[in-house]
Design a protein around this ligand. Structure first.
Ligand code: PAF
Length: 275
């Protein structure tokens, strides 16, 4: 594996390798969810590039930029074992200069749900993903469905800006008890983790309701609220939208995402299920 810390090193490393490129952008603290993206990329491409960059422009003031989990040495080992060809780990100066032009998330889909709670988060996220897609020259780029709105917006950006890269949507990876894997799970205490399981169980319950024919969004949302109800969980939103992020009054099988965002103690968690 080649470790590239500058753009020049990345370009040099790429120059010597030939074939299709599978790319996985990450912010590090790699877990099994990232690993499954890397393995899929490994199976589907000649070359695999992973980036690790905690992107400051997608964090809002007061969010966890400074305390975001960092495990550089472990991450390098994971990438080596997973047979990554190039690990790109730039510093901030490498990726940004002063007074840059900005990318704005689309006015509606970028400013609801996550975009409403975290204004400008998607602008910063799209900006860095655009840079990384260009730098990696990837044929295929892999993103988890857990960050559903991020995935939909990146797909739209690639389409709107004619970026020659396929965006591959990958299934959510969960632990044995159903908790969706996330680097931020590192913040959860044992008690928090037990409460966090209510997210996936409420989504599974919602799926059962839909299978049994109950498809009205407001009724499903109320049931999810009932399951999540406890002192330690503060609900930010529960929403039922189309795969293009338009609110749905009635679930459409094959075109629906049910999304949840909560705080458990001080930790913000999101989860969703694609119906
Ligand atoms: O999902 C993430 O980890 C980040 O938003 C990404 C896509 C690496 C951009 O910083």
């Amino acid at each position: 594996m080649i470790l590239a810390e500058t753009i020049e090193e990345l370009q040099k490393a790429k120059h010597n390798l030939k074939g299709t490129i599978g790319f996985i952008p990450t912010m590090g603290a790699l877990h099994k969810g990232h690993l499954s993206l890397i393995q899929q990329a490994r199976n589907e491409n000649d070359i695999v590039i992973v980036s690790i960059f905690v992107n400051p422009t997608q964090f809002l003031e007061g969010e966890d930029l400074d305390s975001y989990p960092k495990r550089e040495e472990a991450d390098k080992k994971i990438c080596e074992i997973a047979k990554v060809d190039i690990l790109f780990m730039p510093n901030i100066g490498e990726m940004y200069e002063d007074d840059e032009l900005n990318i704005s998330a689309p006015a509606i889909r970028g400013y609801i749900l996550e975009g409403e709670r975290r204004p400008k988060h998607f602008d910063g996220m799209l900006q860095i993903v655009m840079k990384l897609l260009n730098l990696s020259s990837s044929t295929n780029a892999y993103f988890g469905k857990k960050d559903a709105q991020q995935l939909v917006l990146i797909t739209r950006m690639v389409k709107n800006y004619f970026i020659p890269c396929n965006i591959i949507a990958c299934d959510i990876v969960r632990d044995d008890l159903g908790l969706a894997l996330s680097s931020r799970n590192a913040y959860l205490s044992e008690d928090d983790k037990k409460e966090a399981l209510k997210l996936s169980s409420s989504l599974y319950y919602a799926t059962k309701m839909i299978i049994s024919g109950k498809k009205e969004s407001n009724i499903i949302i109320q049931e999810i609220k009932n399951i999540l109800k406890c002192d330690n969980i503060k609900i930010e939103y529960i929403s039922i939208v189309s795969r293009d992020f338009k609110p749905l009054e009635v679930v459409e099988i094959g075109n629906t995402i049910i999304l949840i965002a909560v705080f458990i103690g001080n930790t913000r968690l999101i989860d969703n299920i694609w119906i």
